[in-house]
Design a binder for this molecule. Structure first.
Ligand code: R5P
Length: 292
């Protein structure tokens, strides 16, 4: 077995390789002036290769995965596993208007054609219950960072209220709250545009303890910032946030911190200064389970 790591996921992949006690090689990547990518892999590969890369900013990365997986097969890999803690293109699961691409199905099919196993963490599945419906292979495995986030929060706070900013976040917020015995509440959100959200907080006391906003991802940061603004208006003094996937597009991180959130933490599914919740133990257990 060998780990092939793309440069943007190198430190996380090194931790996986150390835990699994397997060699790691870095995918050599070059971007030509016109935007084309060149990738280079070690000239000979073992039977089982684990390719590691999160798919934030996905368009170039998907092409590079296609080049990588195809080349890895040519160089001798018989089994290809993709470890992609952040898996993009999962949100568009229906055509909202005639003619729209159902990206989840199309990207899922591409990954199923390239890889034997796909492992990811807290994918944004809305209308389907299993990742195999999006990526039609037996080992399309959806893990959750709920335990890791719960353990992290329990070390930081004796008591706190967890707040999910929308109904979709309930799955993650409820799981974390139940694991560590914290209360939780769920707000209602309506997205009006990429950077515009409306939100209503549920009834409740938001003043007497710390409130931690929990979501699967922060993209523009507007969801978390809106929740923080409403919490401040409701009297909260101690507001924090945790996301699994730190996409933080454009000014998102600064915008969240300006909105009254004291600290935002994230998992290391994507490398970012906030990424202090490590996922390597979770991923290694899953890799061991499929290779047993
Ligand atoms: C959507 O339902 C997701 O769970 C997140 O709430 C959303 O993607 C966050 O996006 P943004 O940071 O752009 O508000």
């Amino acid at each position: 077995m060998m780990i092939l790591a793309f440069p943007d996921y190198l430190s996380q992949a090194q931790r996986l390789a150390a835990r699994l006690d397997v060699p790691l090689a870095e995918v050599v990547l070059h971007h030509f002036p016109d935007g084309e990518s060149l990738i280079r892999l070690p000239p000979s590969l073992p039977e089982h290769v684990i390719v590691c890369r999160s798919l934030n900013q996905p368009n170039d990365k998907l092409i590079e995965l296609l080049l990588c997986a195809t080349t890895a097969r040519e160089l001798g890999a018989k089994r290809l596993t993709l470890v992609t803690p952040y898996l993009s293109y999962m949100r568009q699961d229906i055509a909202n208007q005639p003619g729209e691409a159902v990206s989840q199905r199309i990207v899922g099919k591409l990954l199923a054609e390239l890889f034997d196993d796909v492992l990811t963490v807290d994918p944004h599945l809305h209308r389907i219950s299993s990742l195999t419906q999006a990526i039609p292979i037996k080992n399309a495995i959806s893990l959750t960072a709920a335990d890791e986030i719960g353990v992290f929060l329990k070390r930081q706070f004796k008591h706190a209220l967890l707040l999910g900013p929308d109904s979709e976040s309930k799955q993650w917020v409820a799981a974390i709250a139940e694991n560590i015995g914290f209360d939780y509440a769920i707000a209602q959100k309506n997205r009006l545009g990429d950077k515009q959200v409306e939100m209503t907080l549920p009834d409740g006391d938001f003043c007497s303890k710390s409130v931690i906003i929990i979501d699967d991802m922060a993209s523009t940061g507007r969801t978390i910032a809106k929740a923080a603004g409403l919490l401040q208006a409701a009297g909260s003094k101690d507001i924090y946030a945790v996301v699994t996937h730190a996409l933080f597009c454009g000014d998102a991180y600064a915008h969240i911190l300006k909105s009254g959130v004291k600290t935002i933490w994230s998992t290391d599914s994507i490398d970012h200064p906030s990424s202090c919740i490590k996922l390597d133990a979770l991923l290694v257990d899953a890799i061991r389970a499929i290779t047993r």
